[in-house]
Design a protein around this ligand. Sequence first.
Ligand code: URA
Length: 189
Amino acid sequence: MDTWENLRAECLACQGCSLAETRTNVVFGDGAEDAEILFIGEGPGQHEDEQGKPFVGRAGKLLDDLLEMVKLDRTKVYIANIVKCRPPQNRDPLNVEQDACIDWLRRQTDLLQPKIVVCLGRIAAKAIIKKDFRITAEHGQWFEKDGVQMTAIYHPAALLRDVTKRPDTFEDMKAIQAKAKELCEHTEF
Ligand code: URA
């Protein structure tokens, strides 16, 4: 059985795909190790690669704002990514990179045992919820997998590019809060 300590140490030494050659830091994840809500992004960008923490750039600031809207913050949730190392030029992570990396997230999820999983954007939703997930049509909808409630919202970077998507995301965040109030046992709002 993993511990957070052994999992993090193993992950930080990963050479499982070629992103290991160009990364500055592995971005393992951040938040409460007993969080009931898990947010999953796509992969680190430049700032995350430099600092070794997820969502610390502009998109991260927007994610903080979204969390704050529903009285959450990084100390109450867990934030991880599909791939732990930055794809060069912030391109989408390749399937081969996602496949090489997904076991780290699976082991993180096994340790956390979250009640709710929130995918941030299309790439995470396709990897976690279903292969043919359509973010525009299906954001905010709930899917159950192995007893865990899952949903997806627009990626914060998409909300920076297109402010017209923000009202939908505010609604989705309120629905996430309602679901969390129903299912979570120790998360405080
Ligand atoms: N975008 C992501 O998907 N993840 C991060 O950690 C930062 C930006």
